[in-house]
Design a protein around this ligand. Structure first.
Ligand code: S3P
Length: 170
């Protein structure tokens, strides 16, 4: 089994695209945040509140190591797994290396202003998004771009429907 990991900033639509991609091709879908929440029996904001960001980042790296080990022990050569990542996962060099080892990586690029509109519209449960600090958020977004751009595929998704994105990726 090989893994297609979907990278992108918060609100880029990673889960929506990942779920649709997996459903279209009858592949498996895993979401790193959901898996970490299950394992810790805590929601992401509570993990941040109780233990801080660094601890969460360690959980992300451990999740990737475990996934790699699982994939070695259950090889199913023909099957793809879609992995939607938390927005900060590809920032660590070590995590990018795991993600590359696991398979193909795809970065969904959405301009900052669209992200800001989306996240401010929703009642966001994201500990690292503060809609009242847009310039700080813009700098965070810009600082992350060089890491995201190291994905194997950089995809502009602005203005495309989920169906169009899935078709392009397929
Ligand atoms: C984070 C993004 C979140 C989640 C955590 C940290 C980030 O996931 O992993 O709050 O650093 O960008 P989404 O990208 O799914 O919002």
């Amino acid at each position: 089994m090989k893994c297609i990991s979907i990278w992108g900033f918060m609100g880029a639509g990673k889960s929506t695209v990942g779920r649709a991609l997996a459903r279209t091709y009858a592949w498996k879908w895993l979401d790193s945040d959901t898996e970490i929440e299950k394992q810790e029996q805590l929601k992401i904001p509570d993990i941040f509140k109780r233990y801080g960001e660094e601890y969460f980042r360690q959980l992300e790296t451990r999740f990737l190591e475990n996934l790699w080990n699982r994939m070695q022990s259950e090889p199913q050569a023909s099957e793809w797994l879609v992995l939607t990542t938390g927005g900060g996962m590809p920032l660590r060099e070590e995590n990018r290396q795991w993600l590359k080892k696991l398979g193909i990586s795809i970065y969904l690029h959405v301009p900052f202003d669209t992200i800001a509109k989306r996240l401010n519209r929703r009642d966001s449960q994201r500990p690292l998004w503060d809609g009242s600090q847009l310039e700080v958020m813009r700098r965070k977004y810009e600082a992350r771009l060089p890491s995201y751009r190291q994905a194997d595929v950089v995809m502009e998704v602005q203005g495309k429907s989920v169906e169009e994105i899935v078709q392009e990726l397929g």
